[in-house]
Design a protein around this ligand. Structure first.
Ligand code: UGA
Length: 423
């Protein structure tokens, strides 16, 4: 099939590159001419394992203007507007371009995350069948997630629409039970439901972790105990510094906004947003407490600024909240991140960047783990402790064993685990 993907951001680029790998003729369109030129020269503007080799596919091209495809896929951003709604201006802008095409495509496919009801509006705007086909890719494993998806969700309004999508994804050879055919509105809500459900799970685990500290339980033991129940499952149960990334924080707020606007407030969704804010504040307080209650004049070494490992993305990362907050309280910040330093330099001011974690720990009053990079998990704790005058470690990903950290000489705090020694 001849496919045009509008938007060369994360979702669009991964989708376009993977569809070309499946044998389709794909052109990826972006209004940013510099980005298009970068992609044409084979350079991926962000870090994502496996995507660079796909860019060499001969049946994949990049341009600022579209030709005449069979399918148009919309994969532009839907950022949060100031009022908390999903800003759909880019989506409607692309729909205008499609509506003006001399030779209209057979259908429009909506990959962007859009509030329920949007695809129907795009169908009305373009006069074309609009299929909702949300993406469930995770940054850091996006190519694998595309090629071996847990499921495909396809929302269409006619047998022809479903048949077109069957043709598009046929090379994946997915068993029928992993393809969920729905209405467009159900497909759109499925995307929000998945992200909000996962966010709810994480917010609950984070709350539970702090409750463990109150009652003297251990979150790792508790999550192991509940995770073996197959109805609960053992994934997405890792306590952390707070939920970040370009999707979860945005999507949960957009759904909260829509539900409020429709006068059908989703109470759990509201509670999860508040719970995550409370949790982040509690995590920040752990850092302050480890510094003896005051961070003024203290040097804090932040290990990891990206919102999770295996990405260079800092969007809605807790580092973007914690670093300015600590600076406002008078702390000096050293930061180290194997992939995020380049972006970090454009996001933060007044931060000293160091490549080597042991160097970063030198002269620091406290080391704070914010991202669960393998590089940090493999650190020699005794060597790290020796680099510091007074070894203090706040591990907000629970990547170290409590006893080992204490044996290495650290005042050590993590989340919801027994045996920590606090500064
Ligand atoms: C998320 C979803 O997992 C994807 O399925 C979805 O397609 C994507 O959003 C999207 O809507 O585009 P992603 O944002 O790449 O993917 O990141 P996740 O791996 O889901 O992590 C999100 C946040 O949860 C991160 O801050 C991460 O550190 C945190 N997390 C995740 C935990 O704190 N604990 C866990 O056990 C798992």
């Amino acid at each position: 099939m001849r496919v045009t993907v509008f938007g060369c951001g994360y979702v669009g680029l991964v989708t376009g590159a993977c569809l070309s790998e499946l044998g389709h003729d794909v052109e990826c369109i972006d209004i940013d001419a510099d980005k298009v030129a970068t992609l044409q020269s084979g350079i991926v503007p962000f870090y994502e394992p496996g995507i660079d080799t796909l860019l060499q596919n001969k049946n994949l091209s990049f341009s600022t203007t579209a030709t005449a495809p069979d399918l148009c896929i919309i994969a532009v951003g839907t950022p949060l507007a100031e009022n908390g709604s999903a800003d759909l201006s880019q989506v409607f802008g692309v729909a205008d371009l499609i509506a003006a095409m001399e030779k209209p495509p057979k259908a429009v496919v909506m990959k962007s995350t859009v509030p329920p009801g949007t695809s129907a509006k795009i169908a009305a705007q373009t006069g074309l069948e609009t299929i909702s086909n949300p993406e469930f890719l995770r940054q850091g494993s996006a190519v694998q997630d595309f090629m071996q998806p847990d499921r495909l969700v396809i929302g269409a309004s006619s047998p022809r629409g479903f048949a077109l999508m069957e043709q598009l994804y046929a090379p994946l050879n997915l068993p029928a039970e992993r393809i969920v055919n729905t209405s467009t509105t159900s497909a759109e809500l499925t995307k929000y439901a998945a992200n909000v459900f996962l966010t709810t799970k994480l917010a609950f685990v984070n709350e539970l972790a702090l409750y463990c500290e109150t009652v003297g339980a251990d979150i790792d033991e508790v999550t192991k105990g509940i995770g073996l129940d197959t109805r609960i499952g053992n994934q997405f149960l890792q306590a952390g510094p707070g939920i970040g990334g370009s999707c979860f924080p945005k999507d949960i707020r957009a759904l909260a906004f829509q539900s409020k606007a429709l006068d059908h407030q989703l109470e759990i969704v509201q509670a999860v947003i508040a719970s995550n804010d409370t949790h982040q504040n509690a995590m920040l307080q752990k850092i302050v407490d480890m510094c003896g209650g005051m961070v003024t004049g203290k040097r804090i070494a932040i290990f990891g600024v990206t919102f999770k490992a295996n990405t260079d993305d800092l969007r809605n990362s807790v580092s973007t909240v914690f670093i300015p907050a600590l600076q406002d309280l008078g702390a000096k910040i050293t930061a180290t991140d194997p992939m995020g330093a380049e972006n970090g330099k454009t996001v933060f001011t007044g931060v000293d960047w160091v490549e080597n974690p042991y160097e970063a720990a030198k002269n620091a009053d406290v080391v704070v783990i914010l991202t669960e990079w393998d590089l940090f998990k493999a650190l020699d704790l005794a060597r790290l402790a020796q680099a510091m005058h007074v070894p203090r470690l706040v591990d907000l990903r629970n990547i170290f064993d409590v006893q080992k950290a204490v044996q290495a000489g650290f005042d050590y705090d993590s989340i919801g685990r027994a045996g920590s020694i606090k500064g």
